[in-house]
Design a protein around this ligand. Structure first.
Ligand SMILES: N[C@@H](CCC(=O)N[C@@H](CS)C(=O)NCC(=O)O)C(=O)O
Length: 204
């Protein structure tokens, strides 16, 4: 059965669009559009999965939610030659796993909290300060890693780069990479990849 990705515009599901294009597996993209006022996803998504979030992957009659789980599923099924993820006995495997999960975990959360608190008008005070400090810590951690590694998992491009790309592109759009030369250089390098360009052409 065809792989079907439920993709929400202007959302983190673009990471999975990119990964599918890197994998080169035939797939169908079902486009869903955010409400212009609330920025929420459409009710249609909740008919596919109770959480009503994107990305959602459908394959062989199964629906899978959660970016990290979808990525691991796609790699296990379609990257058996390990061109986009290191083998478990590779020295790069632990780092790869850490970044795959950081992309929705501790390095992603501060940016998301900043977005939500900013929408609520909370730009000063202890909560705003804590979020700003956590963002700074995450950005410094990424910059330090990319100063000594060509890609997130080590010397080779991997799915970890696809998963980390969304938040780094967002940070760049907000001027957040001005003092992060290694992160900016990494972004330039991955944006030149044909699959990244193809992802943009899909309409993210
Ligand atoms: N942890 C989930 C988060 C999914 C998520 O929150 N997706 C957002 C898009 S960035 C969404 O669907 N928002 C629409 C809504 O909640 O109405 C994942 O990684 O897939």
């Amino acid at each position: 059965m065809t792989l079907k990705l439920h993709h929400l515009n202007a959302s983190r599901s673009q990471r999975i669009v990119w990964l599918l294009l890197e994998l080169g597996v035939p797939h169908e993209i079902v486009h869903h559009t955010r409400d212009l006022t609330t920025r929420r996803g459409p009710a249609d998504l909740a008919k596919i999965h109770p959480l009503g979030k994107s990305p959602l992957l459908e394959h062989d009659g199964v629906v899978i939610a959660e970016t990290g789980a979808i990525a691991e599923y796609l790699l296990a099924k379609f990257d058996t030659g390990h061109t986009l993820h290191p083998k478990p006995d590779s020295p790069d495997f632990p780092r790869y796993l850490e970044w795959i999960h950081s992309a929705e975990g501790a390095v992603f959360l501060p940016g998301l909290l900043a977005l939500y608190t900013g929408m609520a008008g909370i730009t000063e005070g202890p909560v705003a300060q804590m979020i700003a400090a956590e963002r700074e810590k995450a950005a410094s951690f990424i910059e330090a890693h990319l100063s000594t590694h060509a890609y997130f998992a080590g010397p080779a491009f991997s799915a970890a780069d696809c998963l980390m790309g969304f938040q780094i592109a967002m940070a760049a759009a907000q001027g957040g990479l001005a003092n992060r030369p290694a992160t900016a250089a990494w972004l330039e390098k991955v944006m030149a990849r044909p699959a990244y360009k193809a992802m943009l052409a899909v309409g993210v």
